[in-house]
Design a protein around this ligand. Structure first.
Ligand SMILES: [Zn+2]
Length: 444
């Protein structure tokens, strides 16, 4: 049965401006018509008419950086060690549903515990559960001293980690082939390593160019895109030269890295939300208070100039938040990234909305079928009370999300109560200070 959505304002995801007096006709789970209301197909008897004539209608939002298996983690140990993978899968399903209730009908998960997100994706696609459309990697591939190899060498990278350690190119190729066999949608490589031991102290890449070239070539041969975690100058340059599809963060990119990106056609996705939230919300009682907020404030200040330049020179941007940490809990901050892109990077609201819909969709399994309101696409739609082109921050207001449709079906927006943490989810840390006699005397 068809549904007729009468739209006050319509943003189709492809154009950076909106149009008024439009109608969307949904047939089953796809869009059958989108265009002027005056030219819309007639309503047949019994067909539903949904009045959004006072609202802003846009494609379902997309966040390409949601770590579904992290569980709003408070520590790296929460991500990798505490709670068994089976529990994490169930928790990830709940997380995915929470994100959808915020207006996000599609997400990508770059770095997950084993096959956790693959399982959640397939269960939702099989119609067992409600949830957003999911595109996912497996564990992120790392080398010695890279991101995810964050425990002491004698502990290593455990099987339950969101990362997987490879010791040479052969192991990397084997891992990629196994992940592809296990049906990941793309490959994620954690490329930042340690800081260099010199005055600059810049981040070194944990894989060299030859290794990256080989991994990207094999992933592409097997039809999978590659995303890198690359904050450092060297990681950005190495990624771009290897032809990586999407580069995350790029906070320390230099001119050479930008030129390489322009040449390779790599897409950039900064994920400023994680950094901004860390700078804004971390409190003195948090173990990372001494270093992290100040460092992250500097990260944004230092990165801004080159990120603005990248946008001006035509590097495409995708939009993601690094959700799944205690500082970026599921369902809460996804649209903040758009506000940061507008305020800090010079995007117009229309550009930012296009980036988070049709540009983001290029990474997804469904590609051209989502992120746009055009005939034939899935009827994934987010309806806003207010105009985000005038005020992009409105998308962060839960009460402004009037309706969400996933494949033409309305999503229940009533928030689930936030589940209380399971005991296994917490690390062992019990004191933030060392209470010597001297320290106790100081404190009292
Ligand atoms: Zn991330």
């Amino acid at each position: 049965m068809r549904k007729h959505l009468i739209c006050g304002t319509l943003f189709d995801g492809l154009d950076e401006t909106a149009k008024t007096d439009r109608t969307v006709v949904i047939d089953d789970d796809r869009i059958a018509y989108v265009g002027p209301s005056a030219e819309a197909p007639d309503q047949r008897p019994g067909e539903a008419v949904i009045d959004h004539s006072g609202d802003f209608v846009m494609p379902g939002l997309i966040d390409i950086h949601v770590h579904l298996s992290y569980g709003d983690a408070q520590a790296n140990e929460d991500i990798d060690i505490f709670s068994p993978p089976e529990y994490r899968a169930l928790r990830a399903l709940r997380a995915a549903q929470t994100v959808m209730k915020a207006g996000y009908t599609s997400i990508a998960d770059p770095a997950s515990t084993g096959r956790t997100t693959v399982g959640v994706r397939d269960a939702i696609n099989a119609g067992m559960f409600d949830g957003p459309r999911i595109t996912t990697s497996g564990r992120q591939i790392t080398a010695r001293q890279g991101l995810a190899d964050w425990y002491p060498t004698w502990i290593g990278v455990p099987e339950s980690s969101v990362g997987v350690l490879v010791r040479n190119t052969d192991e990397a190729i084997e891992e990629i082939r196994m992940q592809v066999k296990d049906r990941v949608d793309f490959v994620k490589i954690a490329l930042d390593g340690l800081h260099r031991k010199d005055s600059d102290g810049e981040l070194m890449a944990c894989f060299n160019q030859r290794e990256m070239d080989a991994m990207v070539e094999e992933s592409h041969r097997l039809g999978r895109k590659v995303i890198t975690h690359a904050r450092g100058r060297e990681a950005v340059l190495t990624s771009a030269r290897a032809g990586v599809d999407v580069i995350f963060h790029a906070f320390e990119m230099d001119e050479e890295g930008l030129d390489a990106m322009l040449e390779s056609g790599s897409v950039l996705s900064p994920a400023l939300t994680f950094v901004a939230n860390t700078a804004e919300f971390t409190r003195p009682t948090d173990p990372c208070f001494k270093w992290r907020p100040g460092q992250n404030r500097r990260v944004i200040d230092d990165a801004r100039e080159m990120l603005v330049k990248a946008r001006e020179q035509g590097v495409p941007f995708m939009v993601g938040t690094d959700s799944g940490f205690a500082i970026t809990p599921y369902g809460e901050w996804h649209a903040k990234e758009l506000e940061l892109m507008v305020d800090d990077l010079g995007f117009t609201p229309g550009e930012a909305l296009k980036a988070t819909t049709s540009v983001n969709s290029e990474l997804l399994r469904e590609q051209d079928d989502v992120g746009r309101l055009v005939e034939g696409a899935y009827a994934d739609i987010t309806v806003v009370d207010g105009n985000p082109l005038d005020d992009i921050a409105i998308l962060q207001k839960r009460e402004a999300i009037r309706a969400v449709y996933r494949g033409g079906e309305p999503v229940d927006l009533a928030p689930e109560p936030r589940a209380s943490g399971y005991q296994w989810e917490y690390s062992y840390r019990q004191w933030n200070d060392i209470y010597t006699r001297e320290r106790v005397a100081e404190l009292h």
